[in-house]
Design a protein around this ligand. Structure first.
Ligand code: PBG
Length: 325
């Protein structure tokens, strides 16, 4: 004769060993990608005020950090460059001696086969107006003229050794343009990470400080409106049709529904980017003693994998994999 419930889900929570064994999701170092900033003219690692614990690297400190990422068994690194000089067309992005292309060669030489070296393919770090593309005579972001710049940027990055180009600019047709250009140069093995669903997000705030962005206004004419779920799926499907090798949802935590939708239907890997604001929010609250830092980090990253991400870009990648803080 029973006096209580027959079904007791709590049974599987009775010990730490049992909880670990029945966990549906795990965070593995090889599924984490570390975003890194390299600043032209930097003399050593310099902390970014809006992202405590994250630095601007010099070429030397980048080299050491890439070696560490490899030792920790991370899946890869995603490089962002901050040039000394910016101009209207983002010349630094396509210059062989531009900081991102130089940094890519340094990272690739250091990483060998241990890591996938990836690069951000977008103009915003290189333009003086801070937009992800070039502007037309009226000051609007010119989609098709921007594609021509992305083509050039793709070749510069691929020739520098980047194995995976992160197309984060949200111009229509960017995957097709870059794939065509790479293939016509024989660069058939350079892969494309399409930032299919990328939202116009307040959570990029600390990143814009980090890349010393001069953006006035916003990116609402090209990045997606946070209100839209179906549109995220549409953007991702377009990237897949155009030949993307991997698709991204970004930011992560506020878009877990979109991520789950995409993970349901995509037949290529689906990644998510836990962006700067997601990072800095947790760091700031933890610094105040308002949340348990380690638990919040683990829970946030676990939730992104649980929603369906195959890999996650996170500024905590090295720490999660056992690196020092
Ligand atoms: C575009 C780009 C951005 C981020 C990654 N790639 C900025 C933007 O779209 O405004 C944001 C990453 C972050 O916030 O951590 N180059």
């Amino acid at each position: 004769m029973t006096t209580g419930p027959l079904i007791r889900p709590r049974r599987l929570r009775t010990s730490a060993a049992m909880r670990r064994l029945v966990a549906e999701t795990a965070i593995r170092p090889e599924k984490l990608v570390l975003p890194m900033f390299v600043r032209e003219g930097a003399t050593g690692p310099q902390e970014i005020p809006s992202m405590p614990g994250v630095v601007h690297h010099s070429l030397d400190s980048l080299k050491a950090a890439v070696a560490e990422a490899a030792t920790l068994g991370l899946g890869g690194v995603m490089l962002f460059g901050i040039p000394e000089k910016k101009d209207a067309i983002g010349s630094g992005a396509t210059d062989e001696q531009g900081i991102l292309n130089v940094a890519t060669r340094v990272a690739v030489a250091e990483a060998g086969d241990a890591l996938v070296v990836q690069t951000d393919l977008c103009l915003d770090e290189f333009t003086d107006h801070g937009h992800c593309g070039v502007l037309d005579a009226e000051g609007r972001v010119d989609n098709d003229a921007s594609l021509l710049r992305y083509r050039e940027m793709a070749i510069a990055q691929a020739v520098s050794g980047s194995q995976l180009l992160g197309l984060s600019g949200m111009m229509d047709g960017q995957v097709t343009a870059v794939r065509e250009e790479l293939d016509s140069h024989g660069l058939i093995d350079t892969a494309i990470l399409g930032y299919g669903a990328k939202y116009a997000s307040a959570f990029y705030g600390p990143f814009r400080d980090a890349v010393q962005s001069s953006l006035e206004g916003d990116r609402a004419t090209y990045q997606q409106h946070p209100a839209n779920r179906r549109e995220g799926l549409r953007e991702v499907m377009l990237d897949i049709e155009q030949g993307a090798d991997i698709v991204m949802v970004k930011p992560a935590m506020s878009y877990l529904d979109v991520l789950a939708d995409v993970a349901d239907v995509s037949d290529i890997p689906v990644w998510a980017y836990q962006v700067s604001g997601e990072y800095s929010m947790i760091e700031a609250a933890a610094a105040q003693g308002w949340i348990d830092r380690e638990r919040a980090i683990e829970e946030s990253v676990l939730s992104i994998f649980r929603a369906g991400a195959d890999a996650v870009l996170t500024y905590w990648a090295a720490e999660i994999a056992g690196g020092k803080r």
